[in-house]
Design a protein around this ligand. Structure first.
Ligand code: MSP
Length: 532
């Protein structure tokens, strides 16, 4: 059975509506999934929601709702946004679903029965917004003040002293160090890998407390062998990556999917994914070959100099961006996707502003991409009766060769960039070809050729070449902007032309004589902008 390319997003907390930070990870994961499908690979994209824990219990109480009803409402907002953004997930796991809760309980029982869990008192500090424990040793520099702050989000911590079930961590540290140093690509980008090495230079806390007393937090998966406790939300949530593919209930499927090829996360949850998660899998007896293949931690979207966060009140709502800021654009969701992945190299922090979004829209998309497609199709309509002109058997003239070669080189450039998860570099390569093709139009000047009947063959050659370039752009752009790519196909006349990535490495695949379709402007300006 061939291995399926398995991609995950974090499970999003449903304490509040999704913002652009959440949509960033999901759009990146979707683009990666679509890219691998385009290569002809079987892909499984998992996303979902993290629904337990203190933070959600508190948000539900503040909204005057029961946690069950509260999470059901917020989950709908995530699903609606993913639909709007065209997210092609294969599974959506909610941590409150019985398939997950039962599997988590089975895993807890297995760990307890195998003597891997220890019941002990715990003393430390807790960050409720991050749902994360910190020991005094980890907080060393901050401690001393009466109320230390969370090293990740700088918010006030609460003291915690309670009994619970623990998963030993310190005893697994030498294994983890050995594993990560022998797999340097496991955490990316390099800055995050180095951050992990830094974390592992210090002794890890003795253990991770994986339960909470029910007396304090009741909204969690009950611990099957200890009715006084519920499962710690991070332990429950991380396990989704194996419960969804069937670790407990479907070993055949699990074998096909696991290990995850890419866990996409934000940099704030690196410790959970690169320390707790492998230690947990190791405790379950998974060998090194079944550890996650790659954990890619992207940067933050900031507004001004601040990370977006609900408590700071600087949240950017993707729905508002798509429906209002981009009002009148028929492909608003794709424009938004393009902006997220093009604006900032994946792994670095980015700054969101409407101005930056509008600049990308008018410069890259309107002036460059939209213009290229529109001019190409309009000229085929005008000068070739709206039919894809013949591909001259002699191929390209010398002056056309650089453009043809640039187009033929594009798929490899995109492939190398996607392999490194450099989405912005892949888009940059596509847009470079767009720019070259626009320049070529200026030089080849089909409107002049059209005036000279002796140049009819040359005119056809130029326009056929441009149509091929547009086809190659439509294929490579598809994972990033699926609706725009589809619209370009329609304008090219759609037909039966194969649209796999391999086809972008061939010149001349468009059927000669195929009728082009209507060609409304892809990215209308100002008063011309009306929704599709
Ligand atoms: N529930 C946990 C994840 C459990 S995974 C087993 C969680 N949820 S979260 O909703 O708070 O965050 C989910 C993801 O959104 C994280 O990867 C986080 O980095 C990302 N983002 C949240 N705010 C962000 C920005 N401002 N910018 C970019 N991404 C950020 O953590």
């Amino acid at each position: 059975m061939p291995k399926v390319f398995y991609i995950t997003t974090p499970l999003y907390y449903v304490n509040a509506a999704p913002h652009i930070g959440h949509s960033y990870t999901t759009v990146a994961a979707d683009t990666l999934a679509r890219y691998h499908r385009l290569k002809g690979e079987a892909v499984f994209l998992l996303t979902g929601t993290d629904e337990h824990g203190q933070k959600i219990e508190q948000a539900a109480a503040a909204a005057g709702r029961s946690p069950h009803i509260f999470v059901d409402t917020v989950v709908e907002q995530f699903i609606t946004l993913w639909r709007m953004l065209g997210i092609s997930y294969n599974d959506f796991l909610r941590t409150t679903q019985p398939r997950h809760t039962q599997a988590v309980q089975a895993i807890l029982t297995r760990l307890r029965d195998e003597g891997k869990l220890v019941r002990a008192a715990y003393q430390g500090w807790y960050c409720t917004p991050d749902e994360t424990f910190w020991t005094e040793a980890e907080l060393a520099p901050a401690i001393g003040s009466a109320a230390p702050v969370c090293p990740t989000c700088q918010r006030l911590l609460e003291p915690v002293k309670e009994v619970g079930w623990h998963l030993p961590m310190r005893t697994a540290q030498s294994w983890l160090v050995q594993f990560v140093t022998s797999h340097p690509g496991v955490v990316q980008p390099t800055s995050r890998y180095n951050e992990l090495l830094g974390m592992l230079e210090q002794p890890l806390p003795e253990s991770l407390c994986i339960t909470r007393p029910r007396s304090r937090v009741s909204w969690g998966i009950p611990v099957p062998f200890d009715p006084e406790h519920v499962t710690y939300v991070w332990f429950d949530a991380l396990l989704n990556y194996i419960t969804a593919p069937g670790y407990i209930d479907n070993p055949t499927r699990f074998q096909q999917l696991w290990p995850a090829d890419v866990h996409l996360i934000g940099k704030d949850i690196l410790r959970h994914h690169a320390v707790y998660w492998p230690i947990l899998l190791h405790a379950l007896g998974l060998p090194d070959t079944l550890m996650p293949q790659r954990i890619m931690a992207h940067g933050w979207w900031k507004v001004g100099e601040q990370k977006m966060s609900k408590s700071l009140g600087n949240i950017v709502d993707p729905t508002v961006v798509i429906q209002h800021v981009l009002a009148g654009q028929p492909y608003a969701a794709d424009i938004y996707r393009y902006f997220l992945l093009r604006e900032v190299p994946f792994g670095q922090d980015g700054h969101f502003s409407e101005e930056a979004l509008k600049t990308r829209l008018s410069a890259d998309l309107g002036n460059d991409l939209g213009n290229l497609v529109n001019r190409t199709i309009s000229m085929i309509e005008r000068y070739c009766a709206g039919q894809i002109p013949v591909l001259e058997s002699i191929g390209c003239a010398v002056e056309d060769e650089p453009l043809r070669q640039a187009a033929m080189a594009l798929p490899n450039l995109v492939d190398e960039a996607m392999d490194r998860l450099e989405f912005s570099a892949a888009l940059e390569a596509i847009m470079r070809l767009v720019t070259s093709a626009n320049r070529y139009i200026e030089v080849a000047a089909p409107w002049k050729l059209s005036k000279d009947p002796q140049m009819a063959g040359r005119l056809r050659m130029v326009l056929r070449g441009l149509a091929e370039v547009v086809r190659i752009i439509a294929i490579t752009l598809d994972p990033f902007m699926p609706s725009v790519a589809e619209a370009i196909w329609q304008q090219l006349g759609s037909g039966t032309t194969s649209r796999r990535l391999a086809d972008s490495q061939q010149w001349g695949m468009l059927p000669t004589g195929q009728s082009t379709g209507p060609h409304p402007v892809l990215f209308p300006r100002g008063k011309d902008a009306t929704p599709a």
